[in-house]
Design a protein around this ligand. Structure first.
Ligand code: NAD
Length: 420
């Protein structure tokens, strides 16, 4: 298992982050081994009937990293580059994230290597339902609860609920989170990750002594996370001056209209051609001068190549794993950018997923105000905890956040002991 996983650059990155935190914590060798490696790697083939009558074999992975604290929790990704090692890295980060946030979950992640943009709705539905069926021996509200991630959405979650509930013979909403409101979803879940990213980016900026009103933000990715971060920032009078995605990048010095851009992206599947801004080369996006830089697309986009040229005050990591180890070293050396690390910054999604899971199990639903208040207070507390740890233990914020998460998992492992 180790060779397969460590051969993947994203897993190698997650593993190096863990090693640094574990060294810092001086974890015992056996606890360290038990915390590091995922518990289960599941790969299934997903035969799917395509619209032209042909059969296509998709390959899907689900990694359950840590089952000692409760069910595993984590997204399901549809993207052509999905690989087992990448999924395992994302599951690992979910473990530290859930622990850091004090949630009763371990980390999980799943993915199907496919191009959802090139598939019809019928093809997506058949693939999703067959995948859910293949996963039935491994999932359940107390075992593994999936949620949307890149390339998946509320509709995909609704098909999963239906497939699982049909198999069970009764409605089971808590098999996934990120469901539509009409199917026992939680108020505030769709916005939660992006809203949380914006909330913490603004908190970080204010911590540095800057005002949010008029501050400039640059966002990479305008899907669920990026668009809701932009909407939230705009509501607080920050200016989203540039946005990029897989189709291109747009810029407007006075600030883009986040709502109009979201509507345009929903109709045109990307930001390219948005009439409310001028096109700029995508390579320029991340190094534009701004106060808040928010990567909200894929991993490993802040690299040794561009880290020295970033011109932001706050790097708020909406995406999982956007910054490579070499880039981290450069940012540490520079010391002029406050990094809000992914496992803290984008935790709003899993926090409200937790709320949704609880509401589903109790069949008792909360108001949006209650959800958002609880979300913000949980994020603010974790932000303060990470900043305090980083300052007093003199470590970068990523090491602080990872160490806080790893320490909680290590404690759980040691309390439970080793069976037999
Ligand atoms: P999404 O599918 O809704 O959006 C992804 C965005 O990334 C799209 O705008 C797409 O065009 C863009 N993108 C894809 N490839 C790109 C490339 N090569 N260059 C630039 N942009 C590219 O996905 P999402 O749910 O918004 O997730 C985005 C990130 O946030 C991922 O790293 C995901 O793991 C993380 N995340 C998501 C959630 C959630 O609740 N959805 C929670 C925590 C973390």
């Amino acid at each position: 298992m180790q060779e397969i996983l460590l051969g993947n650059p994203v897993f190698a990155m997650a593993s190096a982050q863990f090693d640094r935190a574990a060294d810092f914590l001086e974890l015992r060798a056996d606890t360290r081994e038990r915390c590091k490696w995922p518990k289960r790697l599941i790969t299934v083939s997903v035969p799917t009937r395509m619209d032209d009558g042909s059969l296509h074999m998709f390959f899907a992975h689900r990694v359950q990293h840590h089952l000692s604290s409760g069910p595993v929790k984590g997204g399901l990704r549809y993207h052509p580059s999905v690989q087992l090692g990448e999924v395992a890295a994302l599951a690992t980060w979910m473990t530290w994230k859930c622990a850091l946030m004090g949630l009763p979950f371990g980390g999980g992640k799943g993915g199907i290597a496919c191009d959802p943009g090139a598939m019809s709705r019928g093809e997506l539905e058949r693939m999703t339902r067959r995948f859910t069926q293949e996963m039935i021996p491994f999932i359940g509200p107390q075992t593994d609860v999936m949620a949307p991630d890149v390339g998946t959405n509320e509709q995909v979650m609704a098909w999963m609920v239906d497939t699982y509930s049909t198999h069970l013979g009764s409605m089971e909403p808590s098999i996934v989170t990120g469901k539509p409101l009409g199917l026992h979803g939680s108020k505030g879940r769709k916005e939660a990750t992006g809203h949380g990213v914006a909330f913490l980016a603004m908190m970080a900026l204010e911590k540095l002594g800057h005002k949010v009103a008029g501050a400039r933000a640059v966002i990479q990715g305008y899907g669920n996370v990026g668009s809701h971060a932009a909407l939230s920032l705009s509501r607080h009078k920050a200016k989203v001056i540039a946005v990029g995605d897989a189709t291109g990048a747009v810029y407007r010095e006075k600030g883009l209209d986040a709502r109009a851009l979201a509507k345009y992206v929903a109709e045109h599947r990307g930001v390219a051609g948005f009439p409310g801004g001028e096109a700029i080369p995508v390579e320029e996006l991340l190094t534009l001068e701004c106060e808040m830089l928010i990567p909200a697309a894929l991993e490993r986009v802040i690299t040794a190549d561009n880290a020295g040229r970033l011109r932001c005050k706050v790097l708020a990591e909406g995406a999982n794993g956007p910054t490579t180890g070499k880039a981290d070293a450069i940012l540490e050396q520079r010391g002029d950018i406050l990094v809000v690390p992914d496992i803290l910054c984008n935790a709003g999604g899993v926090i409200v997923s937790y709320f949704e899971w609880v509401q589903g199990l109790q069949h008792y639903f909360w108001s949006e105000k209650e959800v958002l208040q609880k979300l913000e207070s949980q994020l603010a507390e974790a932000f303060r905890e990470v900043m305090h740890f980083a300052k007093h233990r003199q470590v970068p914020t990523r090491v602080a956040a990872t160490a806080l998460g790893v320490a909680k998992v290590a404690e759980t492992r040691e309390l439970r002991g080793l069976f037999p």
